[in-house]
Design a binder for this molecule. Structure first.
Ligand code: CP
Length: 315
């Protein structure tokens, strides 16, 4: 594997699962792969899980790691092409990226949607420039439209907890005070479409995800109906795609609560975290025995390590 940006970069889903379960049980068996190799993790946005799990995964493989928080530790970086750089940003990505590439063997990049331009966000303007100019493999640590490391961990978690071959998996929109990107939802749908699961997406009208991610996935606008018989409930907020970046609803009627979970088939509750308690999900649900959010987060280390292993085997 050269780069890891979406599910399309892995050879196939079963192979990805086999690698993940192998590294989960043999965490330190592949340290020779990372010996004398360095990963640089570049953050344009905040992180807890992605930063720590990816760094830990790289260390498990014997790699050295360096972290750069752009805007805090380094120069502010210009990403627009052809601009007169007489503003606040003293360095362009066109120099910064190939320079970073000189110091490492793998680059991880986190760069969220900026909600200034749907075209810029959906062309993955920042990560695309890293792929073009870095000269080394690039791992998305959440781009503008996808969060593949998260989705891979979500898949592994569902595989661990499913009790039937074809579980009903429901992705539900939930309220949030801030406008959040569609990346986690897009990516989750993209990965789930590669499985045999029965996937249903539920959200208020106006929150339809981009057609290229949804394909023919079923949308159920009635959240309670969507929850009926579900084996997994995955909650996530996202801002509107059609009214790009806007918050159309903050309706707490969409919060995941005990009453709605009672409609399910004793479903497991999932969320990528961080989560706003009693906005996205009630304390009663996230603190219940059916909540698997910590196990889900633990699998971030596993799948980051699986991705790095697949990349290092080809470097
Ligand atoms: N789920 C996730 O990516 O968490 P962080 O934003 O803390 O990295």
């Amino acid at each position: 594997m050269k780069h890891f940006i979406s599910v399309k970069d892995i050879p196939n889903l079963q192979y990805a699962l086999d690698v993940a379960f192998d590294v989960k049980t043999n965490r330190f068996a592949y340290q020779h792969l990372g010996k004398n190799k360095t990963m640089i993790l570049i953050f344009f946005n905040s992180s807890l899980r992605t930063r720590l799990s990816t760094q830990k995964a790289a260390m498990n493989l014997g790699m050295n790691t360096m972290v750069l928080n752009v805007n805090e530790d380094g120069w502010q970086l210009e990403s627009e092409l052809g601009v007169v750089m007489d503003g606040e940003k003293p360095e362009h990505l066109l120099e910064a990226i190939p320079v970073i590439g000189q110091y490492c063997d793998v680059i991880g990049v986190r760069s969220f949607a900026r909600f200034q331009s749907k075209d810029d966000d959906y062309s993955e303007k920042i990560i695309s420039q890293f792929i073009q100019y870095a000269g080394v493999p690039v791992v998305s640590m959440e781009g503008a439209t996808r969060h593949p490391l998260q989705s891979y961990a979500d898949l592994v978690t569902i595989e661990e907890f499913k009790t039937k071959q074809r579980p009903k998996v429901v992705l539900t929109w939930a309220p949030h005070p801030k406008a959040l990107p569609q990346a986690v939802a897009n990516s989750f749908v993209e990965w789930m479409r590669e499985t045999a699961y029965d996937l249903v997406v539920t959200h208020p009208e106006g929150y339809e995800l981009a057609p290229e991610f949804m394909g023919d996935v079923k949308v159920e606008y009635n959240q309670k109906k969507a929850f009926e018989g579900a084996d997994f409930i995955y909650a996530k907020n996202w801002a509107s795609y059609t009214s790009y970046g806007q918050i159309l609803s903050k309706d707490f009627g969409w919060t995941v609560n005990e009453e709605k979970m009672a409609l399910t088939n004793d479903a497991k509750f999932m969320h990528c975290l961080p989560v706003r308690r009693n906005v996205v999900v009630t304390d009663g649900v996230i603190d219940s025995k059916n909540s698997i959010v910590i196990q889900q987060a633990a699998n971030r280390e596993v799948t980051a390590q699986a991705v790095l292993k697949m990349i290092l085997e080809e470097v």
